[in-house]
Write a protein that binds this ligand. Structure first.
Ligand SMILES: *Cc1c(COP(=O)(O)O)cnc(C)c1O
Length: 474
């Protein structure tokens, strides 16, 4: 058939809108969305016919309507959706790190819906600082005089360096020049701030005297960076923060401590050692301590700076402080999370990250033993069995310490682990597993107990559904 004849066979938008499939879709999305979807589909079809290299058939009206509807529904599904984290990595940056405590969610919802006393002191009616909302809580939790909250810890680092060391040298041990997941590399962050990186010591050994010898007229500060996502083991040594503080202060310089994960309580109780503690760093005399809000603290994404009042005042006046500031949602969730730490037992009960960490391995085993037969029962599964394994904190915390865990190891009927993992990711609810050899593992260390039932139902739903197909309209 000639292109002109084919083009003639293409239905009009009006014709398509009368099809049952698109008529029902108009009620669900909107008239404009459906019309725009139909137009762009028909334009593409016309282009294909004009540029055709092989024979093209014009589908029927109802077939075209189906294609358009499917495409619109895929587009309407938000890319950002809740998922079940069955990877066994508790602070998975790709999955949004920490989940918020219920009280934090409630505080955030309340503040989201309403106007808020963000920069107003209600007693006097005068303007106040927006971080007052969390200042006293951070003072109590960390022992520091003052604080500032910005978008994330990378932002906190750039702000601190720009305000305190622009155009001057910052001394960092060679063993601490870290990269954390792609876009965060300390030398690049340093360059962006305008400070000049001066490396001291060697990869594995940096002595106190290495810092001493590097100090010169243009030195602004000494910085310690927690190695976060790696460990140098064996013949390795760097001076503790208290010693850096002594050197810095002896020379009239500042000492800055980027501790990264920001533990507010002692994580050895969960079998994790070696995480720097905010209060300990302040007590050791660090002038400024930087950490993330969504790592071990278990709060919303933010970067928290605590330390001496005079320094934080200087930081707050810097233009970058305005560019990196957080909104009322972050502050309300952070305040509610910090309040839970008044009572450590309450924090462990209510902060989701701490709940996951504190779950006894016996409980995980029992859950795996209960769930495995239910999952094995589904037609898309060849075999599912409980297996003992190890999980990790993630998010740049404690890389060398495995957490005991139990998983459900699944052999899918298709014998294709990658394909089955994809089906789980596109399932309802979405499940993110990990793949080990040719099996798909659901690690219960990072799954909340109330989600167990969803693991089974999402897999059951795969049996009668093509996961690539868009959601049904009803
Ligand atoms: C995680 C981390 C950062 C980056 O923090 P974000 O909140 O992700 O910006 C910086 N420094 C250290 C030591 C870290 O562990």
């Amino acid at each position: 058939m000639k292109p002109a004849d084919l083009l003639h066979r293409i239905p009009s938008v009006t014709e398509l809108l009368e099809s049952p499939r698109l008529r029902s879709l108009v009620d669900r999305v909107s008239h404009n969305v459906v019309v725009a979807g139909a137009r762009s589909f028909l334009d593409e079809l016309r282009d294909q016919i004009r540029n055709r290299t092989e024979n093209i058939q014009v589908p029927s009206v109802s077939e075209i309507a189906d294609l358009i509807a499917n495409r619109i529904l895929v587009g309407e599904r938000t890319a950002l959706r809740p998922v079940i984290n069955a990877t066994g990595i508790l602070l998975h940056t790709g999955l949004g790190r920490a989940c918020l405590a219920e009280v934090a969610v409630a505080a955030l919802t309340d503040i989201a819906r309403n106007y808020a006393s963000l920069e107003m002191d209600l007693a006097s009616g005068h303007r106040s600082n927006r971080v007052e909302a969390v200042a006293s809580l951070l003072r109590q939790r960390t022992g520091a005089e003052a604080s500032l909250v910005v978008n994330n810890n990378a932002g906190a680092t750039i702000l601190a360096l720009a305000a305190l060391a622009a155009g001057r040298e910052v001394l960092v041990s060679r063993g601490q020049l870290i990269e954390i997941g792609g876009s965060y590399r300390l030398p690049d962050v340093m360059a962006a701030s305008g400070a000049i990186l001066r490396e001291v010591g060697t990869t594995n050994i940096t002595h106190a005297r290495d810092y001493e010898q590097a100090i010169g007229d243009s030195t602004a500060l000494l910085m310690r960076v927690h190695a976060s996502n790696f460990r140098i083991v064996g013949f390795a040594e760097t001076p503790p923060i208290a010693e850096l503080v002594t050197i810095a202060h002896r020379h009239g310089l500042l000492c800055l401590d980027d501790i990264g994960s920001g533990a507010l309580l002692d994580f050895t109780r969960f079998g994790c050692s070696g995480e720097p503690n905010v209060r300990a760093s302040i007590e050791a005399g660090a002038d400024l301590v930087l950490f993330s809000g969504d790592k071990l603290l278990g709060g919303p994404q933010c970067g928290i700076l605590v330390g001496r009042q005079e320094l934080l005042d200087r930081l707050a006046r810097h233009p970058l402080a305005r560019a990196l500031r957080v909104g009322k949602l972050t502050l309300s969730a952070l305040a509610a999370t910090l309040r839970l730490y008044h009572d450590e037992a309450q924090a462990v009960r209510e902060v989701p990250l701490l709940q996951l960490l504190a779950a006894p391995v016996e409980n995980l085993k029992n859950r795996a033993e209960r769930l495995a037969p239910q999952i094995a029962h589904e037609s898309v599964i060849e075999n599912a069995e409980p297996v003992e394994d190890v999980a990790y904190l993630g998010g740049g915390s404690i890389p060398d310490q495995a957490l005991p865990t139990w998983c459900i190891a699944i052999t899918p009927a298709s014998r294709n682990a990658g394909k089955f993992a994809k089906e789980l990711r596109l399932g309802k609810p979405a499940i993110i597993p990990r793949i080990q050899k040719d099996r798909v593992l659901l690690d219960l260390r990072s799954v909340f107990p109330h989600q167990d039932i969803d693991l089974v139902s999402a897999i059951a739903a795969l049996a009668n559904k093509n996961p690539e197909a868009p959601e049904s309209e009803t």
